[in-house]
Design a protein around this ligand. Structure first.
Ligand SMILES: Nc1ncnc2c1ncn2[C@@H]1O[C@H](COP(=O)(O)OP(=O)(O)O)[C@@H](O)[C@H]1O
Ligand SMILES: [Mg+2]
Length: 392
């Protein structure tokens, strides 16, 4: 791995709890890693530790096999050859674009510097704008100048901390795709921080979900969505609910009993013995629930949100449980109407029941495959998700 973070802990002086706790992951050369999580979960702290701007209280960071951070080692930031792009583009207002971009390569002879500036400006799609000043550029252009400035010294790792958060939502997703193209063209290895899922999906080869200083999962977007490792990840990525279920073994088959009926023929289902009396919670994604007029199970529409090609319906079963469903938008039912639904789940994601005493989320890895294999090929594509829902 090009960047290797191992059991990293960062504790700010005076704080009782570490801002980054026991974080381990690896990033291959040329890959783009994304850290996502709610505000205050430790993303910036982790990035700053990699940059050499915060110290590791324990654990280690290796860059290209070189130990750069540990409890006893702290390679200064300027010797790490790491570039950073921040949320506020922080271009020097008194310098033009050419001088802003050339800022980190003063050591190069003038002609070579000029050439490199032209090269990176072309890379970010701003060829020939050397003479412009920041106030003559749009927000998106300024951020691309900031990216060019960070790329100019050819850092071995580029760190980007919510670089688009000051930009319009429309622009952000487009820029995320563009920046991915730019980083790939530059052959850069990058670690990108965001709190926006669409941005994370658009830019990342691999995505880490953080919560309260810990890294819950480090995986590709598909796996995060379909095989979330913790309740937090299941909640944060995509739309879904947890619903009580009982796992039973019937003959040679494992059957998962839910308020929506039995889920049969499911891959990756744990055995009943994985949970007390086989009782667990099952994650039901909005795309696991299919609207079907002929289905015996009926549910009442509580809420509906128009999403263009589909509605996101919030439904209540007779038993009182709530589920979400993506339904094609030509099925325009009224709130209060009862519609038929069935679960179409091809792999089951289970969790321990939430502690009934204090209701606290338990950070439990889902049970892994029984050996009958994942069915990655026919799973639905990632839906367009905007806001994580609060799960009950
Ligand atoms: N310089 C600092 N001194 C003390 N505590 C800090 C400092 N910077 C951040 N923190 C705390 O560390 C935690 C993680 O913050 P941060 O890394 O900025 O999160 P994020 O970037 O995910 O929003 C928060 O609880 C924050 O209050
Ligand atoms: Mg931050």
């Amino acid at each position: 791995m090009f960047l290797e973070v191992s059991q990293l802990q960062v504790l700010y002086p005076g704080n009782a709890k570490p801002a980054v706790q026991d974080v381990s992951f690896g990033l291959r050369a040329g890959d783009i890693g994304v850290l996502i999580g709610p505000s205050g979960c430790g993303k910036t702290t982790l990035l700053r530790a990699v940059a050499g701007l915060e110290r590791a209280s324990s654990g280690s960071i290796r860059l290209d096999a070189e130990l750069v951070s540990s409890a006893t080692v702290q390679l200064p930031a300027e010797r790490r050859r790491v570039g950073m792009v921040f949320q506020d583009y922080a271009l020097f207002p008194h310098l033009d674009v050419g001088h802003n971009v050339g800022f980190g390569i003063h050591h190069l002879p003038h002609a070579q510097r000029k050439e490199r500036v032209a090269e990176v400006l072309e890379l970010v799609g701003l060829a020939g704008l050397q003479r412009r000043y920041a106030h003559e550029l749009s927000g998106g252009q300024q951020q691309r100048v900031a990216l060019a400035r960070a790329l100019a010294p050819s850092p071995r790792l580029l760190l980007l901390d919510e670089p688009f958060s000051n930009l319009d939502v429309d622009l952000r997703e487009r820029l995320a795709h563009e920046v991915r193209g730019i980083l790939k063209a530059a052959g850069a290895t990058a670690l990108f921080v965001t709190h926006d899922q669409l941005e994370a999906f658009a830019i990342g080869d691999v995505i880490g979900v953080m919560h309260e200083g810990r890294l819950h999962q480090w995986d590709d977007a598909y796996t995060l969505y379909h095989r979330p490792a913790t309740r937090f990840v299941a909640d944060f990525i995509g739309h879904g609910v947890f619903t009580p279920a009982t796992i039973r073994e019937v003959g040679n088959q494992v059957v998962v009993q839910t308020a929506l009926g039995e889920l049969n023929d499911v891959a990756e289902c744990p055995l009943p013995c994985a949970y007390p009396s086989g009782q667990c919670d099952v994650l039901l994604r909005a795309d696991d629930i299919v609207h079907d007029d002929d289905a015996p199970v009926k549910a009442e529409i509580l809420r509906k949100a128009f999403r263009g090609s589909e509605f996101l319906y919030t439904l209540r079963l007779r038993s009182g449980e709530t589920v979400l469903a993506h339904v094609p938008s030509h099925h325009d039912h009224r709130i209060g109407e009862w519609i038929g639904i069935r679960a179409q789940v091809d792999h089951v994601v289970t969790f321990d029941r939430v502690c009934p005493v204090d209701g606290r989320e338990m950070c439990q890895l889902p049970c892994r495959a029984r050996g009958d294999g994942a069915r990655l090929g026919n799973a639905p594509a990632l839906p367009a998700v905007q806001q994580p829902v609060t799960l009950s």
